[in-house]
Write a protein that binds this ligand. Structure first.
Ligand code: DC
Length: 213
């Protein structure tokens, strides 16, 4: 079983994806980490983040071990990721990694949950279940501020909101694989839902799809 979860930043899709994977014993891939890994490597190399050729070379060399780098969690990594994610060549170079994970999940799992921006539309268009997890931007910015402060980082709401708007625009307006809900996705708006309520809604939908499939 393949579950594709897409949606904007801080909508709660990562938490939901992880919990669904636990619940249904599936492998989990946070595909944002692939773009973050490329962005961070590019920044570390001291090269311009708009250097497409190097970004593609780095993307084709990404391994599972690169995805554990703690630096991937930073806002700098998120911003670098959204820039390299707008490069069609980088996206193309990361397709195989994601599809291989879905078709041959690690640990002998019977399927996989992948979360990102284009999983249901481009990477796994035949996924058994497609969820689009979203929330109002003010709610997402507040969540991100809380998360950053919990990590001991300074976070100013207005700045986080501004950067989130910019990132949303880059992700949604790019020509290749823009962030849009797949036509056959089930939309979960988490603005007024806590983690448990979102999980309940998702489990109910996944179970109904399993029964009908
Ligand atoms: O989900 P995230 O915040 O870790 O994603 C980081 C950036 O990578 C984000 O700006 C969008 C981009 N991304 C993407 O374009 N496609 C994906 N499948 C996952 C992430």
């Amino acid at each position: 079983m393949i579950i594709a979860i897409d949606g904007p930043a801080a909508a709660g899709k990562g938490t939901l994806a992880r919990r669904l994977a636990d619940r249904f014993r599936l492998a989990f891939l946070d595909t944002g980490r692939l773009y973050r890994a490329v962005g961070v490597k590019l920044a570390r190399s001291g090269l311009d983040v708009s250097d497409v050729e190097t970004a593609v070379a780095l993307a084709s060399e990404v391994t599972a071990a690169d995805l554990d780098d703690q630096e991937l969690k930073s806002e700098a990594a998120a911003n670098a990721a959204s820039r390299v994610a707008a490069m069609p060549e980088v996206r193309a170079a990361l397709v195989d990694f994601q599809r291989a994970f879905a078709s041959n999940p690690p640990g002998g799992a019977m399927g996989a949950v992948l979360d990102g921006r284009d999983i249901g539309t481009v990477i796994c268009p035949d996924a058994d279940v497609k969820l689009f997890v979203t929330a109002r931007i003010e709610v997402r910015a507040r969540r991100r501020v809380k998360e950053l402060r919990e990590r001991g980082l300074e976070a100013i709401y207005d700045r986080v909101l501004h950067e989130m708007k910019e990132r949303d625009a880059r992700d949604s307006e790019r020509h290749v694989s823009p962030l849009v809900p797949a036509e056959d996705s089930f939309v979960i708006d988490t603005s007024d839902l806590d983690v448990t309520a979102a999980l309940v809604a998702a489990v109910k939908y996944v179970s109904s799809r399993k029964l009908s499939g």
